[in-house]
Design a protein around this ligand. Sequence first.
Ligand code: HEC
Ligand code: HEC
Length: 367
Amino acid sequence: MKKLLTIGALAVIIFAAVSCHKNTVTPAGTVTLDLPAGDYHYFSTRFSDSSGNARATLGRVLFYDGHLSLNNTISCASCHKQSLGFADNVAASVGYAGRLTKRNSKGILNIAGIDSFYRPELVSNPGKALFWDGRVNILKSLVSRPITNHVEMGIDDLDALAAKLSALSFYPPLFQKAYGSPEVTPAKISESISAFMAAIRSNNSKFDQYLQNNPGILNAQEYQGMVLFNTKYNCSGCHHPGTQLYTFSDIIDIGLDQTYSDIGAGAVNNISSNDGKFVVPSLSNVALTAPYMHDGRFKTLDEVLDHYSHGIKNSPNLDPIFLNADSTTLQMNIPSQEKAAIIAFLNTLTDYTTINDVKFSNPFKVK
Ligand code: HEC
Ligand code: HEC
């Protein structure tokens, strides 16, 4: 079932980002929104199914719309590309007016699991969640931040943004459907984008299928990699690939630098013992989200493994797990055959269903 909304949009410039990985501003023409009345599989029962779906559908349009930036060129999808697990393939992404992001874009997947709006029990345990430094734990509240700051969309006045969007003919009907009134407000913008993002979930990678009772699906090398990941090298002590939810994780310094160029979580509350610590990232879709680490310093998984194998630096807040009994820095010294097995295992964490799912794709079609 598809719902088509056709808009003659001569004056409207629509931004279509994801399929071509470039910022394309389409020529004036007829813009069609291709919006299947999809089921966004709510993580929680926060919304009734119908308003939840209408809000996520609206959020999908907003997520892909360049109008959310000051000069109509940058959408959320400019830096969060579906084909790349909603991450980007450069260390620093290009935002409004050519400005670069300070950190590497993060994939968006299963983030509802750490959201205290969708999981109220997390309210009592806030602090470490979204972004590399864990500075936000409520999805809804972070959405205004991408628009106004974290990523250079050039907008600092959300009321002006709401006014701009309400002048586009396709928005009032979408807001009407989602909220029962055509009025565009910053709060509705934030909530609907967060509803869309909360729906981006994944549970169909090869490894998920293995966990869902298909033990034969991993080949011998992938299986060996999984065992090494979980036992000998205890990667799973920090990264929990077995849970389909984005795991609520700690902030950790893994010894990337002797001297920090980005203090990460230390800047959130000015606690120097948190300097150099970053949120343990989910490894779901990790094969798609290169380059790696908060600053995108490693181009390949091979380089990441080299870090754990022999690159760990004795940084001021290095996690004790990386220290030997005599306080020297531990190096994992991973033989190349085992490295290859771990990488083969990491490749089983890719969920091709989510990255190809039409309901998460760019809804703007231009004729
Ligand atoms: C110019 C590039 C760029 C744009 C545009 C952009 N982002 Fe981001 N996004 C990033 C970067 C870089 C990070 C990591 C920043 C950090 O941790 O300090 C990030 C992080 C995030 C995260 C945290 C993910 C996690 O797992 O911790 C979410 C959610 C997010 N962005 C949503 C959005 C939304 C919604 C929009 C549109 C309103 C948007 N982003 C626009 C680059 C961008
Ligand atoms: C003590 C906790 C800890 C252990 C053990 C650990 N990691 Fe990490 N890992 C982290 C943290 C924290 C980061 C992010 C660091 C940063 O960007 O500053 C990270 C980053 C990564 C990344 C990059 C992900 C991305 O999206 O950029 C990969 C891949 C990775 N680790 C794989 C592994 C593997 C494989 C092992 C086992 C050999 C392992 N990790 C062991 C905490 C850990």
